[in-house]
Design a protein around this ligand. Structure first.
Ligand code: C5P
Length: 419
């Protein structure tokens, strides 16, 4: 799937430093995804990096010049690169060095400035991220770890390498994380100071699963995509995010704390446990209204009589939002509550009713009868209704964009409530 546009990265100036590790080829994918997401990516390659990959690879994916030496003149034919690109470092929103070799980490830790990348690192004013990539023994070596400690103490963000098999055949910790993890770390770093910085959001996602017996459950078609998009949008706005999720097959946005649940009762317990002190609760989960009255301990067998069916007795599940409403009346937390209404008829009237009954600040109403909106797909068409009768109808758009708009609304409510 093509990389989506990411508002947080739009027109942001990112410097990608590439050093001499076999993982240098993976940095081309990062450069490509950053560019597709809307960032302006300037790549600086060390001499060792160029033994593994050529500048042309990066130039091709970023559409911008690649910097390799201190002594080349810049594209306007003026200043030598080491002078011109002090400006590059100062003007950048973020510097990420991926992969970062043991040697580069040592040079950064000791403030050496003997090539363009190390000069730029000293000039950088935005967040600096390093993604170490090397053999496990080199990574674990006290010298490397001490250098990383020095860098951390100066505010450098160290992206932990993955465990796995190295090109050498050895196994250990030291592999460059995959692009989504690197991209997630970049997003987190850029989100600092966003409109929800210092705030905490609890977001639920996915359809609950109510067990019938050890191998069967009742569930619904919710994919969790809108909830995960909301978690990412809240992170992009700088919030701390607790994602209470029934979903197992979607990548967790980097930085979110995930609490895995299955049933409505488990979701209620998790929500209640995380609400004290939370600024916002966004209930995007499709919570079952009914569960099997009792779950059989053993697998339910069919009888030999092909005419004999099975009667299921269903019981009501707890309404999480009603329970939250009661808690909030007593404690004042959470400051803002958002619900969802998935409707197949009378969309606005039904959503309005839920908004009032559940004591919500905002409800996101979507018409699930349309094939391009609602369950499973990546797009949604929603109307936002607020407690003052306001309506905001959004055209068909990505779930990521819907999430951003909901989070903007949440942020203004949070700010309004906290004075
Ligand atoms: O009543 P209905 O299920 O249509 O309301 C939808 C909203 O209520 C959603 O935000 C959903 O997460 C929440 N809900 C809940 N507890 C339930 C059922 C739904 O909190 N048992």
């Amino acid at each position: 799937m093509a990389q989506e546009h990411i508002t947080l990265l739009d027109n942001r100036r990112v410097i990608l430093g590439v050093t001499g590790s076999i993982a240098a080829y993976k940095a081309a994918d990062l450069a490509s995804k950053l560019t597709q997401a809307g960032a302006l990516v300037d790549v600086i390659m060390t001499e060792a990096a160029r033994q593994f990959v050529t500048p042309l690879t990066f130039q091709s994916v970023t559409g911008r010049p690649v910097y390799t030496t201190m002594w080349q003149a810049d594209s306007s034919g003026g200043l030598p690169t080491h002078i011109a690109h002090v400006g590059l470092g100062e003007g950048a929103d973020l510097l990420i060095i991926a992969p970062a070799t043991a040697h580069t980490l040592a040079r950064l830790a000791h403030g050496l400035a003997d090539d363009l990348l190390s000069v730029t690192a000293l000039a950088a004013r935005g967040p600096v991220l390093v993604a170490p990539a090397m053999d496990g023994g080199m990574y674990a070596h006290p010298a490397t770890q001490a250098n990383l400690d020095i860098l951390r103490s100066r505010g450098v963000i160290v992206i932990e390498p993955d465990e796995g098999r190295f090109a050498s055949g050895l196994v250990g910790r030291g592999r460059l994380p995959e692009t989504p993890a690197l991209l997630g770390a970049i997003r987190l770093a850029l989100a600092r100071g966003g409109i929800l910085a210092g705030r905490r959001c609890v977001i639920t996602a996915g359809g609950t699963r109510e067990p019938l017996d050890p191998v069967r459950h009742l569930t619904n078609r919710s994919s969790g995509k809108q909830g995960y998009a909301l978690a990412q949008a809240a992170l992009d706005a700088g919030a701390a995010v607790t994602l209470i999720s029934t979903v197992r097959d979607l990548p967790v946005p980097v930085g979110a704390d995930v609490v895995r649940v299955d049933t409505a009762a488990e979701m209620l317990a998790a929500v209640e446990a995380h609400l004290p002190g939370a600024d916002a609760l966004i209930m995007a989960a499709a919570v079952a209204d009914f569960r099997p009255a009792s779950a059989a301990e053993q697998k339910i067998k069919k009888s030999d009589d092909p005419a004999e069916g099975l009667h299921l007795e269903l019981a009501r599940t707890p309404d999480i939002l009603l329970a939250v409403r009661a808690q909030r009346d007593q404690t004042g937390w959470p400051r803002v509550v958002v619900g969802f209404a998935a409707e197949s008829e009378d969309l606005l009237a039904n959503a309005q009713g839920k908004l009032a009954r559940k004591g919500l600040d905002l409800i996101v109403a979507n018409d699930i009868s349309a094939p391009d909106a609602g369950f499973e797909v990546d797009t949604n068409r929603v109307v936002l209704l607020d407690a003052h009768g306001g309506q905001q109808a959004l055209d068909l758009t990505s779930k990521a964009r819907v999430a951003e708009i909901v989070i903007e609304r949440v942020a203004s409510l949070v700010i309004e409530r906290s004075g």
